[in-house]
Design a protein around this ligand. Structure first.
Ligand SMILES: NC(=O)c1ccc[n+]([C@@H]2O[C@H](COP(=O)([O-])OP(=O)(O)OC[C@H]3O[C@@H](n4cnc5c(N)ncnc54)[C@H](O)[C@@H]3O)[C@@H](O)[C@H]2O)c1
Ligand SMILES: O=C(O)[C@H](O)CO
Length: 332
């Protein structure tokens, strides 16, 4: 008797090659429309599916998980961060959760470096000048001046995969690496990155010129960069976030930039995505803030590799083995 293929419900459009492979392997329900599913559609999917493949745009809380059908055994997230899933509630119901770490590390670190450079050297502001026909007086010694990054101090909050990949890049740009992490990284890593560890986030913030958020959003990191902590930064400091919007008190950041107490920011992620605070949008028009629509892992290569990881996680799980990227309670 042939085994029934698992019903895999995918909530967003995935790269063609990934969808093709999924069709071959699974009984798959795809989302050709590529819009986030409504809560009702998501609940219906959870009732029917053996496996759900969500993304960061799906809010999978305990309420929606309570509507899951008896067949749902795996949530194979297409993405690294799992803060949009109530993993504890899923695990309680015997549902395994996996993610796609590692394969998007380098691309997300590139985008973080790109934001640091864009903000410090006013790249997006400058790039608008010629198309807007505003370059009338030619080169000038005093025009469009930014900030040198060489020799400055970069403070990385969350020295994991992306934090370390950023540190490697930043060193090549002559930045001095400082970091705060839940745990100090191994001495060999610290020494290879020539990185200075700060047990006290407050003390590190007061000393760095650029701060980059690279930790996950968890109950412990919600508004980790609170108004109080942001006020510890130097007035010329630049804040960069490619992790999750919720780690920074976005309103406080906007207020401090408006008041000139923090210089500028480069943000790829926001507290209420896809809605972005009008204050930040206004600041982006003045050039003090660079805003990207959550593009950290947006390369063809990362997205194909993420799809490959999702498939491997589903296949391994369905074959009765432990999927490689299982989220364990100790990680929460
Ligand atoms: N912008 C994007 O498109 C994009 C792409 C990939 C990942 N991300 C985000 O980046 C995050 C980091 O990814 P990663 O692969 O580097 O994860 P990781 O698990 O390798 O690293 C995260 C680091 O943060 C540290 N950390 C956790 N809680 C902390 C706390 N309370 N205080 C200080 N440090 C803490 C951990 O110890 C770890 O070293 C993801 O969780 C995800 O939210 C965003
Ligand atoms: O965490 C990630 O992989 C990206 O932010 C998309 O979820």
């Amino acid at each position: 008797m042939s085994k029934r293929k698992p019903l895999v419900v995918v909530t967003r459009r995935l790269p063609d090659a990934v969808e093709t492979r999924m069709r071959e392997l699974f009984d798959v329900r795809l989302n050709a429309e590529d819009r986030p599913m409504s809560a009702d559609a998501l609940a219906a999917a959870l009732r029917e599916a053996d496996v759900l493949v969500p993304t960061v745009t799906d809010e999978i809380d305990s309420g929606i998980l309570a509507q899951a059908g008896p067949n749902l055994r795996l949530i194979a997230n297409f993405g690294n961060g799992v803060d949009h899933i109530d993993v504890a509630a899923a695990l309680e119901r015997g549902i395994t959760v996996t993610n796609t770490p590692g394969v998007l590390t380098e691309d997300t670190a590139d985008m973080t470096m790109a934001l640091i450079l864009a903000v410090a050297r006013r790249v997006t502001e400058g790039a608008r000048i010629i198309p807007d026909d505003e370059w009338n007086t030619g080169w000038s010694p005093t025009w469009m001046l930014g900030r040198r990054i060489t020799g400055k101090r970069l403070g990385i909050v969350g020295m994991g995969r992306i934090g370390q990949a950023l540190a490697r890049r930043a060193r090549a740009f002559g930045l001095q690496i400082h970091y705060h992490n839940r745990r100090r990284v191994p001495a060999a890593t610290e020494s290879a990155l020539d990185a200075t560890y700060w047990e006290s986030l407050d003390q590190m913030l007061a000393r760095v010129d650029i701060v980059s958020v690279n930790c996950p959003h968890t109950p412990a990191t919600y508004h980790l960069l609170s108004a109080r902590r942001l006020k510890l930064l130097k007035r010329e400091a630049i804040v960069v976030n490619t992790a999750r919007g919720e780690v920074i008190d976005e309103n406080a950041l906007a207020r401090l930039i408006e008041a000139g107490d923090v210089s500028a920011a480069g943000l790829d992620v926001f507290e209420q995505e896809p809605a972005v605070s009008p204050r930040l949008v206004k600041l982006a028009r003045t050039g003090k803030v660079v805003l990207l629509p959550h593009m950290g892992s947006a390369t063809h290569e990362s997205r194909l590799d993420m799809g490959e990881k999702v498939i491997i996680n589903i296949k391994t799980f369905m074959d009765g083995h432990r999927p490689p990227d299982r989220i364990l309670p100790s990680m929460l």
